[in-house]
Design a protein around this ligand. Sequence first.
Ligand code: ACO
Length: 328
Amino acid sequence: MCEEKKVGIIGLGAYLPEKVLTNKDLEKMVDTTDEWITTRTGIKERRIAKPDEATSDMATEAAKRALKAACLKPTDIDLIIVATITPDMFFPATACLVQEKLKARTVASFDISVACSGFIYGLAIADQFIKSGAYKYALVIGAEKLSSITDWSDRSTCVLFGDGAGAAVLAPVEKGGILSVYLGANGSEGDLLKLPAGGSRIPPTKKTIDDRLHFVKMNGSELFKHAVKIMADAALEVTRPLGLKAEDINLVIPHQANIRILEAVGRRMGLSKDKIYLNIDRYGNMSAASSAVALVDAVKEGRIKKGDKILLDAFGAGLTWGAIVIEW
Ligand code: ACO
């Protein structure tokens, strides 16, 4: 019998805009304090893209860095997936814009819209295409300009989000790679986090702008409860087929939504704090870019060694969720 192909990450890259927006800066914009934001969320600062810098620009820069790390040229890539809820525009897909900016070949290129779970969904899709033998090299990018859909007068949301991009190159590998994937969604809770207007249900009008319907609307406390359960359950589901227990995982790289959510997930999983990677203090919540950038930073900081088993675990608007175990 043929052995199933193994698929792994052979290059990673991230791009974070230069501009840093601190909690102190936010104190001057809305009725909030550094102390409230730090204790309630774990965030100290976040990055904000330039006005003329769009999601595809950040995605392309992260992709170039990932390709360099993989020692590949853009023309080697067979598939481009961009996970984003802040595309440059409705269409064409941001992935097509990235393909053009990279001067890649005219390969399959598309976006996926599953919010914060997007990078994991993207890895899962690329895994299937490579495993089936359809493609050899895939580029998966999580990129967001959340500052463009943030209501900077709403203190309950504007303190949470940031901009950035992370990218991974996937390819067949001899050993390890992606061991298990678990994805899910629950559309019945979609109202908890959404951008109400601008689509076919509520097209843009002067009224939708006046009513501030083109910004993120969120029920934070309800989401909080769902997030803890969803992420802990997803971690169990993705490790179960491998016969792994929490202690067998060397590092969990969770979606960086809120430090209290991640601590609660850690407690449910019975994990010590040092096994949960955090960079939320530096970047806030970057939706689809969060897990990607966290993975890049964890590798850069030497937190992942060859042979380690790592778990990426995310939830997002939809609601959606995704978890993946990778042997490094
Ligand atoms: N500064 C000061 N006070 C604030 C702020 C702020 N920035 N924001 C809210 N408050 C106030 C509220 O008005 C409220 O005041 P009140 O008691 O007088 O009414 C009080 O703080 C408590 O508000 P809560 O919403 O109950 O605060 P909570 O502890 O739940 O924290 C938070 C809010 C941080 C949003 C939390 O609920 C959370 O993180 N939820 C999950 C959000 C999330 O993960 N979203 C993204 C997931 S998906 C994706 O990333 C796309």
